[in-house]
Design a protein around this ligand. Structure first.
Ligand code: FUB
Length: 346
């Protein structure tokens, strides 16, 4: 349950290495008694809360759609300090308590508004279509109670809810391949469409993550989801064949010095990248790689500010060596004076 997370001396060197690529820092898993992944971190009431996926060995054979990621509940974790004790608050939400859910509780996120905490989660419904649900609690640690239906108009995976400085919430979501985003091409779910990487569409604009403004009660979308467009250095949309830069899954949004930073995983090329905009809706301009590939197929992260420093939470497969049994980690995110994020080599 409790781990200190790094080899302090080495990490201090890495943190001090502004302007250099970090690559020599040994970061330990934050949690080692269960497998955890996709960590969405937030600061609530002066503490860090982590909302990860809870990986289990469900003995489902690996398939192309991620059937082996067959998770059944969520735990919430908290920390008073980076490097301090990690507290497991127990089961925050169980699949059996979500009336509309079928299988596969994937990467969640959380938000707070007007005294209520919200847990957002993707799960396949009883027709095996990913939808995004929401559950509420009076405590950031849960337990959370799921709403009886998924968020109307929601689909695909990996919700990330960003609350702007004016209090307005936005949900970023979507994931290609196992996340089913390709099947929503027409606005309706089309099972006959392949979920692969869009062969034959390499020269077309890449599939986008989605963003929607949240309603005042944070339980629904206030508008139809829009595309999160990512442009290259010439102002042209990234193409489907640009596998090192285009969006795949695992969206996150943070604000730094008045600018919006959209970050995401490139999936099959295993990078965490980021793009910048003056608006939460984008368009975002591609800026670079935040983290090179970790051990394991998936890579997924969140970024928070805590006590004046910025941190990236992410996962790898250090403990198990298996792609569906992951462990979360944290390390400092370093920027140069112009806001550029330094690439991390895990
Ligand atoms: O944990 C299941 C899926 O793997 C997540 O939803 C993706 O982001 C990837 O990390």
């Amino acid at each position: 349950m409790t781990r200190s997370f790094l080899s302090a001396g080495l990490m201090a060197l890495a943190i001090g290495g502004i302007g250099l690529e970090t690559g020599f820092c040994q970061v330990k898993p934050l949690i080692s008694d269960v497998f955890t992944a996709d960590p969405s971190a937030h600061v609530f009431n002066g503490k860090i809360y982590i909302y990860p996926s809870h990986d289990i060995e469900a003995n489902v054979p690996q398939d192309d759609e991620g059937g082996h990621f067959n998770m059944r509940d969520y735990h919430v974790y908290s920390m008073d300090a980076i490097g301090g004790k990690v507290t497991d608050h127990g089961v925050a939400l169980d699949l059996k308590d979500i009336p509309w859910a079928g299988r596969q509780l994937w990467a969640p996120d959380a938000a707070f508004k007007n005294g209520t905490y919200y847990l957002y989660f993707p799960v396949k419904d009883k027709e095996d279509v990913f939808r995004i649900g929401v559950a509420t609690s009076q405590s950031p640690a849960g337990p959370f109670k799921a709403e009886p239906k998924p968020i109307p108009g929601s689909y695909s995976i990996d919700p990330a809810v960003f609350t702007d400085t004016d209090g307005q919430g936005y949900m970023y979501f979507g994931g290609i391949w196992g996340g089913q985003l390709q099947r929503w091409h027409s606005g309706k779910y089309d099972k006959s469409l392949s979920t692969d990487l869009g062969k034959g569409h390499e020269r077309e604009p890449a599939l986008s993550a989605k963003v929607a403004k949240m309603s005042g009660d944070m339980l629904s979308f206030a508008e139809a989801p829009r595309d999160v467009q990512i442009l290259d250095e010439h102002g042209k949309p990234l193409l489907g064949g640009d596998h090192d830069r285009r969006f795949f899954e695992g969206a996150w949004l943070h604000k730094y010095n008045g600018k919006y930073y959209f970050s995401y995983s490139t999936g099959d090329t295993h990078l965490l990248c980021y793009a910048e905009s003056n608006s939460p809706y984008g368009p975002f301009t591609y800026k670079g790689v935040i983290m090179k590939p970790v051990e394991g197929w998936t890579t997924h992260h969140s970024i928070i500010e805590f006590k004046g420093k910025w941190y990236i939470f992410y996962h790898d497969t250090e403990i198990s060596g298996k792609t569906h049994l992951r462990n979360v980690k944290v390390r400092e995110l370093v920027r140069s004076a112009d806001g550029k994020i330094q690439t991390i080599t895990p």
